[in-house]
Design a protein around this ligand. Structure first.
Ligand code: HEC
Length: 119
């Protein structure tokens, strides 16, 4: 490759990368995943679950999702929940909790998990 082409490439690469970032879908932008997860949580989960309060101070029908992945167990789980466990729970629901399989797709669940993990 000629020196001219190489220089051109080095100069235009950052511009191309910036453009790619601007056109990236929301979940590929930094910070956007958590925001997407937060809005999904508000729309679908907040009626039944608190996320900023601990279990004792919540008055909602479902358990608090605060520090979800640090809990030793959940009402229906045998042990500390994994990401896969929570994903399946969101998809299939529980005894009272509805299934979200038809309403929330894989990418949205991934964003929701990132948000839940951040709390
Ligand atoms: C209609 C109320 C309701 C909604 C909406 C709801 N949940 Fe639940 N959720 C519950 C109840 C009640 C439980 C307790 C287990 C059961 O009886 O189903 C529960 C349990 C859970 C558990 C623990 C499961 C276990 O193993 O005990 C997780 C995690 C969870 N919900 C996440 C979510 C997420 C994420 C959303 C939003 C996508 C959501 N829930 C929406 C009512 C709800």
């Amino acid at each position: 490759m000629s020196l001219f082409l190489r220089t051109l490439l080095i100069l235009t690469l950052p511009v191309m990368l910036c453009a790619a970032e601007l056109h990236a879908p929301p979940w590929e932008k930094p910070g956007a995943v958590i925001r997407l997860g937060e809005s999904l949580y508000r729309e679908n989960c907040a009626v039944c679950h608190d996320i900023d309060k601990d279990q004792k101070s919540t008055r909602k029908i479902g358990p608090s999702l605060n520090h979800l992945f640090k809990k030793p167990r959940l009402p229906l789980s045998k042990g500390r929940p994994s990401r896969d466990y929570v994903k399946v729970r969101i998809q299939y629901g529980g005894q009272v909790m509805p299934a979200f399989m038809k309403r929330i797709n894989e990418e949205q669940i991934a964003a929701l998990l990132v948000y839940l993990e951040s709390k």
